[in-house]
Design a protein around this ligand. Structure first.
Ligand code: ADP
Ligand code: MG
Length: 478
């Protein structure tokens, strides 16, 4: 039986405003509990919400980033439900008329192809507070600092067909909101999280019943949660059962999803327009103004990198995944005038591995763009070999000095003097008569042995290309 997976994501991106969406209280992360919730956030009688214009600008920015229609007159609605971390008894959100309408994003897949994911809508809303279950015995604490923090909820069409595609889409949106500087994308702090709606169907059938996996805050967990859920639903249907429309929680420690509540028990939110807030009007002037300030977007940068630097789709995609990484790359290429592919290999190889190991962001790299650029120049002008460059890179990482200084101090200059290389080869030929005879008798695999000997004798400093040529010539001479 051919099963097909269908996935739609609801992403919550916390907007990077200084103050809350309807009050002047701070949105800074990590403050003492309940020190950043004011009377508006707490829903005291008599207070009035005032819309944060910066949150509006950010939502419009996002809309333009995904080529969406911006709703000229959108409406805030009350979504009513009772929960301890929601002091007002309702959340201010948008329902029928969201600020951002239909849009799309082209997501690069593993094989380099682009897949379009349609975006149904994106709306502004406020976050709730947080229940603290761990810190108290037999009781629940409430921290209302997060209450009223601005969120943009981005809803996709059910366009994804595998966990991998869902993660690729999530990463594309993650990268976009950081490019636009509207969200810090910090998943650990919950600034960027998603609900995954998952269903399965036999190929050609209409959409199956979906389960909603709530609040997943890592790319790895999204992939695992979806894969688990797909297996569960297929097994259920093949066993004669039926998938229930319900909300499920993913438990990363057990790698399973568990039912939280069924749709029948789900709240009736009794949405209605918030009488305290006027409809939100976005003028053409504001839209034009924001459009003018848009940075180069990830997909535009990706295309430019492929053309301008002749990079593969894969390389370009990795490099543009963050604006800072893309900038690092371009600076190194400009400063070094090195082959872009060489710079790419170093940044995606040596540098990325070192950053990962020390858990550092590119912006905190101990090796500066100027240092890497110099290193690449020394490879290209044949002062050092690529192999020696790796040891120099390590020294740079450990702040042992500048490139030329390290080459000088450690005597790492490549041997390119033909006479010196020939002398080295003559000695190796003289020292290994048996191998030389075997090679000349046709055992060509031995060539590597001679290269190894020469490199060992010179501490890896012989120019590999010259060595190869001269060795071939000398070994051929009888
Ligand atoms: P709700 O508000 O109840 O969560 P929506 O209609 O807004 O419902 O849909 C939420 C998400 O579920 C959307 O991202 C949508 O693409 C996705 N979705 C809808 N139907 C399916 C389905 N059959 N399988 C997978 N995802 C679905
Ligand atoms: Mg939902």
């Amino acid at each position: 039986m051919e099963w097909e997976t269908v996935i739609g994501l609801e992403i919550h991106a916390q907007l990077l405003t200084n103050s809350k969406i309807f009050s002047g209280a701070s949105t800074a992360f990590g403050a003492e509990p309940n020190t950043q919730a004011c009377a508006v956030d707490l829903g005291f009688p008599g207070v009035l919400p005032v819309l944060n214009q910066e949150a509006v600008r950010m939502a419009v920015k996002f809309g333009l980033g995904v080529g969406a229609e911006i709703t000229k007159k959108s409406v805030f609605a009350r979504k009513n439900y009772f929960y301890p971390d929601l002091p007002k008894g309702y959340q201010i959100s948008q329902f029928e008329l969201p600020i951002v309408g239909k849009g799309h994003i082209d997501v690069q897949q593993e094989d380099g192809s682009l897949q379009r994911v349609n975006i149904t809508r994106a709306h502004l809303e406020e976050d709730a507070g947080k229940s603290l279950h761990e810190d108290f015995h037999g009781q629940t604490g409430i921290d209302l600092n997060r209450a009223g923090t601005p969120l943009l909820e981005i809803v996709s069409e059910p366009d994804m067909r595998s966990a991998k595609e869902a993660v690729a889409y999530l990463k594309a949106i993650h990268s976009l909101v950081r490019y636009l500087e509207i969200c810090d994308g910090n998943m650990q702090e919950g600034s960027f999280r998603c609900d995954a709606n998952v269903s399965v169907r036999r190929k050609g059938d209409k959409l199956g019943t979906r389960a909603e996996l709530k609040n997943i805050n890592s790319f790895r967990f999204v992939e695992r949660a979806i894969n688990y859920e797909v297996e569960r639903q297929i097994a259920l249907i093949e066993g004669g059962g039926k998938v229930a429309q319900e909300t499920r929680l993913y438990d990363p420690t057990k790698n399973e999803t568990r039912s939280m509540r069924s749709k029948e028990e789900a709240n009736d939110y009794r949405y209605f327009p918030d009488p305290d807030l006027l409809p939100l009007v976005v003028t053409d002037e504001l839209i034009a103004n924001i459009r003018q300030d848009l940075p180069e977007l990830p997909h535009q940068k990706r295309e430019r990198f492929m053309k301008q630097y002749n990079l593969s789709a894969y390389d370009a995609d990795v490099l543009v995944s963050s604006r800072a990484l893309a900038m690092y790359f371009e600076t190194v290429v400009q400063e070094s005038k090195a082959q872009p592919k060489l710079a790419t290999n170093w940044i995606m190889g040596e540098l990325s591995a070192a950053l990962n190991k020390d858990n550092l962001e590119i912006t905190a790299s101990p090796v500066s763009t100027t240092q890497l650029a110099t290193l690449l120049q020394r490879i290209e002008d044949n002062t050092i070999s690529g192999k020696i460059a790796k040891t120099i890179f390590e020294s740079l990482w450990n702040k042992e000095g500048e490139v030329d200084e390290i080459i000088e101090k450690k005597g790492l200059k490549q041997v390119t003097d033909t006479g010196a290389i020939e002398a080295l080869i003559d000695k190796i030929i003289a020292d290994n008569p048996d191998n030389v005879a075997a090679y000349r008798a046709g055992k060509e695999k031995l060539f590597g042995f001679f290269v190894g000997q020469a490199m060992k004798a010179s501490g890896g400093k012989t120019n590999p290309q010259q060595l190869n040529e001269l060795l071939k010539k000398k070994l051929a001479d009888n």
